[in-house]
Design a protein around this ligand. Structure first.
Ligand SMILES: Nc1ncnc2c1ncn2[C@@H]1O[C@H](COP(=O)(O)OP(=O)(O)OP(=O)(O)O)[C@@H](O)[C@H]1O
Length: 306
């Protein structure tokens, strides 16, 4: 079963389309990174996915249940960390979690066991009786993550979970996310930080101006990008590089006497090696230069119109 199925989701504010016909699926047990620049529509998508704002159009199913028709059933199975979430500053870490746990049907002993497990998981056990107002931003975020995990959710939805954290704080949050996946849970998280999405996600969706621009594993996204934008093939020969006349080659950038990058609409390594062999040149290397996710992201966000 798919963990999340979003179909044709559309949400406008006045006449402005914040999310436009968005469709994607998240597989069970994967970490899905939802990447987009500021204002792309990530939070609007998440709030619509959770039924916390009513979209104009579209359906969302989480673990097979329709979010709008069966809201309680869905909420029992998910955990949510909102962007800029807050805690009760005057309460201790323990009391904050207890307050939240009371929304669920735990017995007293189950509740205490779960709170203890979570405080240990997020590294706040030692400070459980301290008021939250004395906590750093990183500690608060970890407590919020514990709060989102209180019901041991099958699907965890995190809106910008590392936003504003220092590298250590971000690292701890990422480790917890990985731990959840190890337990077979599904994690959907949004971010505008490319390296984080690259390092954490099994699959990625890129949203720009409310529209989904790319979807898949990083490899699939790179390949799709190359098919659209063309291939860069780096060639090095032992001898001086001969003249390359191939109809498929759009542009040739000479790097030195025996090195060049050949730009083409498709992967023309075979044609190139045949041509070079015919001209008596020995190939030292012939490789497709893979664009980094950064190249893909920046080109996807800033270069394409429509
Ligand atoms: N309640 C609202 N009323 C009017 N416009 C809104 C409202 N909420 C969001 N928007 C607009 O919709 C667009 C998408 O916003 P959204 O918060 O979903 O983006 P985001 O990708 O989460 O951005 P960020 O990374 O900055 O949090 C933005 O242009 C925003 O200004």
């Amino acid at each position: 079963m798919k963990a999340i199925e979003v179909e044709n989701l559309t949400k406008s504010y006045n006449n402005f389309k914040a999310v436009d016909k968005l469709s994607f699926e998240v597989n069970s047990g994967e970490i899905f990174g939802f990447l987009g620049p500021n204002g792309a529509g990530k939070t609007t998508t998440i709030l619509s996915m959770l039924g916390l704002i009513i979209p104009d159009k579209g359906t969302v199913r989480i673990l097979g249940s329709d979010v709008f028709r069966e809201p309680i059933k869905v909420k029992e199975k998910i955990g949510f960390l909102p962007e800029n979430a807050t805690l009760y500053e005057e309460l201790t870490a323990w009391r904050n979690l207890e307050f939240f746990a009371n929304f669920y049907s735990f017995s007293k002993s189950e509740k205490e066991k779960r709170i203890e497990e979570l405080l240990k998981l997020v590294g706040l056990w030692e400070v459980r009786y301290r008021k939250v107002k004395t906590f750093s931003k990183g500690m608060k975020q970890r407590l919020l993550l514990a709060q989102a995990l209180i019901n041991d959710p099958e699907v965890l939805i995190l809106d910008e979970p590392t936003s504003g954290l220092d590298p250590e704080g971000a690292y701890l949050v990422k480790s917890i996310v990985r731990e959840e996946r190890k337990k077979g849970k599904t994690v959907f998280f949004s971010s505008h930080i490319l390296s984080e999405v690259e390092e954490l996600s099994d699959r990625v969706g890129i949203i720009v101006k409310g529209k989904l621009r790319a979807l898949g594993t990083l490899e699939e996204i790179r390949k799709g990008f190359m098919e659209l934008e063309g291939y860069a093939i780096k060639v090095e020969t032992k001898q001086k590089l001969p003249q390359i006349e191939l109809p498929e080659a759009i542009r040739i950038e000479k790097l030195s006497e025996n090195k060049a990058i050949i730009f083409a609409k498709e992967d023309i390594r075979e044609q190139l090696s045949e041509l070079l062999a015919k001209k008596g040149a020995t190939i030292v290397s012939l490789e497709v230069e893979e664009p980094s996710l950064e190249d893909v992201f920046l080109r996807t966000v800033y270069k394409r119109r429509d």
